[in-house]
Design a protein around this ligand. Structure first.
Ligand code: MLT
Length: 268
């Protein structure tokens, strides 16, 4: 991976291929490797930038107040700093998965000059309800004693469709390996950031760049109904459902997600 010094952190990122830039932003608590299949395929036609967000993968967590965590705005600002550091001035296609989508709404709010197109994959526009927020705060408070392995165990049934867990255990094991090796302070920091996130629903009707919404048929974290509602609100948005997949569509059906991305990118 490449690394670049941005303000308080050394940020690690993949930079592969040439052409219009596609920025792939991973979910929680993962790293750029969830996009491995898409990086390989899309970099044949585009320049793909796939960072590890602060605290994840090979990127440093930096100066973070453990009581506040990392607000989603800060991750979004890191991404803008990364593009600036790489002298990428032409607007990019921002592709955000789940937490990468929550960050995407903030990226759109704060850095829309950088955005030529949006892909929102298995994500949500609403803020958490009280129950969801309480679960995040609980994890943030206890993850240091639980360890990241327990987080992986708790999340697995929500991340993958039942059929994937039965038939493709190697995919589940790889994601478990990534989560288990994640810095527990980064997990806590992101949970605090996600718990504090604002509702972005009111943004949707004003999005005026080409947008693609992707969801797994069996996603229980960001459901098909919720995501088709997002697509309906964004003017002209395309909607693709990945049959048989759960939340982790880019990993569970890499070929279908890559095809949806390439069809969309070729039409821009
Ligand atoms: C993710 O996949 O990024 C997380 O499931 C998002 C979340 O915890 O809401």
């Amino acid at each position: 991976m490449n690394t670049v010094q941005l303000n308080d952190i050394n940020l690690a990122y993949i930079d592969r291929g040439a052409g219009p830039v596609v920025l792939l932003v991973h979910g929680f608590p993962l790293d750029h490797s969830m996009w491995d299949a898409q990086i390989d395929a899309i970099s044949a036609e585009h320049r793909v930038i796939a960072p590890d967000l602060r605290g994840y993968g090979e990127s440093a967590l930096g100066d973070v107040d453990d009581a506040v965590g990392v607000p989603l705005e800060r991750y979004a600002d890191d991404l803008a700093s990364l593009l600036n550091a790489l002298h990428i001035t032409e607007p990019v296609c921002y592709v955000g998965f789940s937490m990468g989508g929550y960050i995407g709404w903030q990226f759109w709010r704060r850095h829309r000059d950088h955005v030529a197109a949006l892909v929102m994959c298995d994500t949500r526009a609403v803020a958490d309800n009280d129950e969801g927020r309480a679960m995040r705060l609980k994890m943030a408070a206890h993850v240091a004693e639980w360890g990241a392995g327990k987080v992986a165990e708790a999340m697995e049934p929500k991340l993958f469709a039942e059929s994937t867990r039965k038939e493709r255990p190697e995919l589940v094991a790889e994601t478990r390996r990534v989560i288990t090796s994640t810095n527990v302070r980064a997990i806590a920091a992101a949970q605090l950031g996600m718990a504090a996130r604002v509702d972005s629903t009111e943004l949707l009707t004003d999005i005026n760049v080409p947008t693609l919404v992707i969801v797994g048929e069996h996603d229980v974290l960001s459901t098909r109904d919720e995501m088709s509602g997002i697509a309906e609100k964004i003017p002209g948005a395309k909607f693709v459902e990945i049959a048989g997949a759960g939340h982790m569509t880019p990993v569970e059906d890499p070929a279908a997600v890559t095809k949806a991305l390439l069809d969309f990118l070729r039409g821009l």
